[in-house]
Design a binder for this molecule. Structure first.
Ligand SMILES: [Zn+2]
Length: 146
C-alpha cells in the first residue's frame, strides 16, 4: 500500500487506485477522496470536572479551617475579623476589627494605669481571636450545612 498522494487506497479491499478514480478498479467499491473525506469532528472539550458532594464538602471544610486559622493568627497579632472578611462576612469582620483595635487601645491604656491588671488582660487577649475563630467556624459550617 502506498500513501502517495497520486494513489487512493480502496477502503474496501486495500488496492491502490490512481487518483481521480471514483470506484476501485479491483472491487468496484466507491473510493473516498482524502480531501472529500469528512473531517473528524474536533474533540469535544473535556467536560469540566463536576465535583462530587464529598469533594465539595471537603473543600468547604478546608475553607472553614483556613478562615479559622487566619482569624486566630491575625487576631493574635491584634487584627480580629480578618478571617471573617476572608470568609466573605465583611460586615462582622469590620466590626470585629474595629472593636478589636479599640479593645487593644483600651487594654493598653488600662495597662498603663494599672500595671499588673493590664498585663493579665494582655495575657488573656489571645482568648478573643480563638473564640472569634471558633465562632466563625461554627457560622461557616452552619452556612454550608456541614
Ligand atoms: Zn477495492
Amino acid at each position: 500500500m502506498s500513501d502517495s498522494p497520486h494513489t487512493l487506497t480502496c477502503p474496501s479491499c486495500g488496492a491502490d487506485n490512481p487518483a481521480g478514480m471514483s470506484f476501485c478498479a479491483a472491487c468496484g467499491a466507491p473510493l473516498i477522496f482524502p480531501s472529500a473525506a469528512p473531517e473528524p469532528p474536533p474533540a469535544a472539550p473535556r467536560p469540566a470536572h463536576i465535583p462530587t458532594a464529598e469533594e465539595t464538602a471537603r473543600k468547604q471544610r478546608q475553607e472553614v479551617i483556613t478562615a479559622m486559622i487566619i482569624e486566630i493568627a491575625a487576631g493574635i497579632f491584634g487584627f480580629l475579623g480578618i478571617g471573617w472578611i476572608f470568609a466573605g462576612k465583611t460586615g462582622q469582620g469590620v466590626i470585629l476589627l474595629i472593636s478589636g483595635c479599640a479593645a487593644i487601645l483600651f487594654g493598653a491604656v488600662v495597662g498603663l494605669i494599672t500595671g499588673g491588671i493590664g498585663f493579665v488582660c494582655f495575657c488573656l487577649y489571645p482568648i478573643f481571636p480563638v473564640l472569634s475563630g471558633i465562632w466563625l467556624k461554627s457560622v461557616m459550617e452552619k452556612d454550608r450545612g456541614l
